[in-house]
Structures are given as structure tokens and as C-alpha cells.
Design a protein around this ligand. Structure first.
Ligand code: G3I
Length: 362
């Protein structure tokens, strides 16, 4: 906050100096306008008192995409680059190219990296799945994987989703396609040990459990709470919980607010970890993103951010949007081609949603 106030003053002093020089007829030395910090009240990264993240694609980290990221975001997450199948090509074959690229980009631009995700049922590589290891061998190999990945980025990746989407909305464990469920009699204990392996590999990294529909589905929230309690009883480390927040403009606000309050009552850090808000809720082929729709959309962003701001300050970890601009979002293939869920348009111009986000910040 203090930094933000200093930045505003510097910006004001700088512009006052420019006017004085111009009035006196001297030629002012014009600095690159890109380097003048925007007053914090107009910039989400500068205004927020918590992390502002975006999912990124390593191959796009240049030009306008990179400028937009470094100007408006303080943290990045690989949309796919740090998933197991992307890194772990064979038992002793790790592909670090994309993950390293992101970590270097973040270091150059003074940004944090949130690692996503060490364990996700959807991203076990086929060679691993097909091996059908017994539980002891399975765990030994996963332990090595976690130690290798978290260890490589020790001090460079400040937080990790250790496990992602292990529960169904009703609170039961996910079975379909989940090799952990298939292999372990007590999957939760296995996950607890994985948090422990991650902690040992980088004691300073914050460790998260991440899932979707968390604030909407009380069954899933209950299962997460039970898991957290069990971790606490057994001494397994966990620092935070993420709700992906892939919601819609029509998602019930009271449910979100109450669910978020309930989630925060765990006392853990909270991450709105993959935020995007669908506007074309009926998958209308003739949908037009009219100003009236944009205003409704901005209102939704404002509400969601306001809800996040209502949890205790020390628990606000970050809000991460799942992409930078509407030019590339998973929703145009998974939901509908006419979808515009993010803060920047296809030309990287701020949208009304950006203003809504900004207004929601305290
Ligand atoms: O890179 C290949 C490309 O070479 C190939 O031609 C093309 C053909 O399908 O596929 C490309 O890979 C795709 C990849 O995204 C990169 O675009 C995969 O098929 C596709 O499955 C993958 O989807 C990702 C999905 O997770 C599955 O990993 C989405 O981008 C990503 O946004 C999505 O993210 C997940 C979070 O990790 C967890 N929470 C839900 C969220 C949305 O599903």
C-alpha cells in the first residue's frame, strides 16, 4: 500500500515537472511513457493488496502479450506447462523447456510463479498410467517426481497446487480416470504424504489444494474441510485452498459469497485460482457482446472481486485469471466459440470487465 502511494506521488510529481518545463519554454527530457507507472487506482496489480495472477502460455510470452502481463499482473501460472504430462516424458526424462521459460520470464519481470499442478488425474502421462504400478512403487516414483520438480524450482516458484480436483461435487473421491483412486486404499493419506514431499523439497513454497465449484458445492467443501482436518491431525502440511472460479454472469451471488465465507473459515490462504466468467451463458450462436452485456459482465467481475475482498486480509493469497485476453481462452473450444470471458480483448485492450475488477478491489 505504502509503495502504491509513493508510486502515485512520483507519477504526480513527474507530470507536474513536465508541465513546469513546458511552461518555461525548455525542452523537457521525455522519458519513455511506458516507464511511467500508472497511478495505482487505475491498475489492478498496483491497487490490489494480494497477488494478481494470470495463466500463461510460454510460447506467447512476447510482444503485447508479455507487456500486458508485466503491466497488469504480479504472478503467472502455466496454463499447461507445469502439468505432469508436459514435464515427465519418461521415468528419467524430464522436459523443462517451457517451465524454465516461464520461470525466467517471471524473474526478469519481477513476478511470482504459482505452479500448477503436481498431481492431477487428467495429467498423469500415459507411460505412467500404463505401467499399473503397485502402491509402493507408485508412491516412490511420485515422490521422486515431486522432489525433482519442486526442488528444481526451489526459491523460484513460490506456491504450488499439490493436488487438483480429487473430489466430486458431492464430496466423494473422484474415481474415473484417477490412478490414485485405483491404486491406494486410503488416497487422502497418500495425498497428505505428497504435501509432505513438496514441503521437504521447498520449505518456503506455499502448498495448495485446488478444485472447481468449491464455493457452489457444499459436499465438495465438506470433503475438503475433512481433508484439511485430517492433514492437521496427522501433521501433513497445507497452506491454502483454491477455487478455480470458472463461473458465469448468472451464477448465484449469495451462494458464491456464502461458500467463500465458509471456505475461508478453514483459516487457510484462499486462491481464486482460475477465474473466468462466461457471458454467453446459453451458448447462443448469434450472441453479440453488446455494451449492455459488457456492463453486466463488469458487474459480475466487480461482485466476485468484492466477495474475495470480504475474507480476512491475511487469507487473501491471489486472484488468478485463466488467461490474459479473449484472443486465447480454453472456453472458446470447451464452451462456445462466441465467448469473451477475460479482462482484455483480442487486441489486448482493457475491457469493461477490467474496470469492474478494479472497482471490486478495496
Ligand atoms: O498443444 C497441442 C497441439 O499441439 C495440438 O494440435 C492440439 C490438438 O488438440 O492440442 C494442443 O494441446 C491442448 C492444450 O490444451 C494446449 O492448447 C490439449 O489438447 C488440451 O487438452 C489442453 O487443454 C487444457 C486443459 O486444461 C487440459 O490440460 C487447457 O488449455 C487448460 O486451460 C485446461 O486448464 C484446466 C486446469 O488445468 C484445471 N482446471 C480446469 C482448467 C480448464 O479445463
Amino acid at each position: 500500500m505504502k509503495n502504491n502511494i509513493i508510486k502515485i506521488w512520483l507519477a504526480l510529481l513527474f507530470s507536474a515537472g513536465m508541465v513546469a518545463c513546458a511552461d518555461s519554454g525548455e525542452n523537457p527530457i521525455v522519458e519513455d511513457p511506458e516507464e511511467i507507472p500508472e497511478p495505482s487506482l487505475e491498475n489492478i496489480k498496483l491497487k490490489a493488496k494480494f497477488g494478481i495472477g494470470s495463466a500463461v502460455t510460454n510460447s506467447e510470452l512476447n510482444g503485447q502479450y508479455a507487456n500486458t502481463l508485466s503491466t497488469h499482473f504480479s504472478q503467472i501460472t502455466g496454463e499447461n506447462e507445469m502439468k505432469m504430462a508436459h514435464i515427465w516424458k519418461g521415468e528419467n526424462n524430464y522436459d523443462w523447456v517451457a517451465a524454465d521459460g516461464m520461470v525466467n520470464f517471471a524473474a526478469t519481470n519481477n513476478m511470482d510463479v504459482h505452479g500448477h499442478a503436481l498431481l492431477w488425474y487428467n495429467s498423469f502421462p500415459n507411460w505412467f498410467r500404463n505401467a499399473n504400478y503397485d502402491s509402493a512403487t507408485f508412491e516412490t516414483k511420485i515422490k521422486t517426481y515431486i522432489e525433482t520438480v519442486v526442488g528444481r524450482y526451489k526459491g523460484k516458484i513460490s506456491s504450488w497446487d499439490v493436488a487438483n480436483e480429487i473430489f466430486n461435487d458431492n464430496g466423494t473421491l473422484r474415481r474415473d480416470g484417477c490412478p490414485v483412486f485405483k491404486t491406494f486404499n486410503d488416497p487422502i493419506a497418500f495425498y497428505g504424504r505428497c504435501f509432505e514431499y513438496a514441503r521437504a523439497a521447498d520449505p518456503d513454497a506455499k502448498l495448495f489444494y485446488n478444485d472447481y465449484n468449491v464455493v457452489l458445492a457444499s459436499g465438495k467443501r465438506g470433503a475438503m474441510r475433512q481433508m484439511v482436518n485430517r492433514f492437521r491431525e496427522n501433521g501433513f502440511p497445507i497452506d491454502g485452498l483454491g477455487d478455480q472460479f470458472h463461473y458465469m454472469v448468472s451464477t448465484n451471488r449469495t451462494t458464491i459469497k456464502n461458500g467463500l465465507t465458509d471456505l475461508a473459515s478453514t483459516g487457510l490462504l484462499i486462491h481464486m485460482s482460475e477465474l473466468d466468467i462466461r457471458i454467453n451463458v446459453n451458448k447462443d450462436d448469434n450472441f453479440v457482446y453488446l455494451p449492455s452485456e459488457q456492463a453486466k459482465h463488469a458487474e459480475a467481475y466487480k461482485d466476485f472481486v468484492t466477495f474475495f475482498e470480504s475474507i480476512p486480509q491475511e487469507q487473501k493469497f491471489a486472484i488468478t485469471t485463466w488467461g490474459v485476453s479473449d484472443k486465447r481462452t480454453w472456453l472458446t473450444s470447451w464452451w462456445h466459440p462466441k465467448e469473451y470471458p477475460l479482462l482484455f480483448d483480442e487486441n489486448f485492450q482493457k475491457k469493461k470487465t477490467y474496470e469492474g475488477f478494479l472497482e471490486g478491489l478495496q
